[in-house]
Each structure stands twice: as C-alpha cells, then as structure tokens.
Design a binder for this molecule. Sequence first.
Ligand SMILES: [Zn+2]
Length: 109
Amino acid sequence: MLFQLILLSAMFIQPMEATAYCGGECCCGEYADGITASGYIIRPGDKLIAAPTTFKFGTEMYVPGYGRASIKDRGGAIQDDRLDVYFSKHEEALQWGWQKLLVRVFPRG
Ligand SMILES: [Zn+2]
C-alpha cells in the first residue's frame, strides 16, 4: 500500500509536443550510426525516446499512441517540452507527424 503510494507520487503527467524520427540519415544526418546519445546500440523493433536534458537517460515515459519506452537519446531541436519518439522505419515516423500529448513520466529511481 505504502509502496503503491510512493509509485503514484513519483509519476507525473507532462504536456509535451511529440515528433518522431528514424535512425537514418534522413532524420539523424551525421549521427545516423545506430547508436543513441546515451551509447545505446539500436536493435530492430526498439522503442526509445529522445528528450531534453531535464529528463535523465533511463527515465521511462508512457507516450499515448506509442507506448512505454525509456529515454535513450537527445536531439538539437529537442528542448523544453519537445520529445522525439523513435521508429525503425522513416515512413512510420512521417505518419506520426506532430502531436501534442499528455505524457506520463516515471522518473528513474
Ligand atoms: Zn528518417
């Protein structure tokens, strides 16, 4: 019971603007090496998020329409209330477009 209360108080809701990207040169330019800013090597089917530095690497987020994933990347345009969700295929990133969402944040530890 107490544990549940702690979990609930740690989680918070954050309105954010979510765009999407793939790992290719189309989205990552010179950083299209398949390795995220945290040093993570991207594998097929992975879900991960690029978020501003105010969110630590490893912080989990639930993004409506995308699911739950952890922050493993950064981006030049990813500041303030912006985040980027990762898709393996560029077409999927295009389809996502731009969305204003209420994101659930699960801070690390
Ligand atoms: Zn792309």
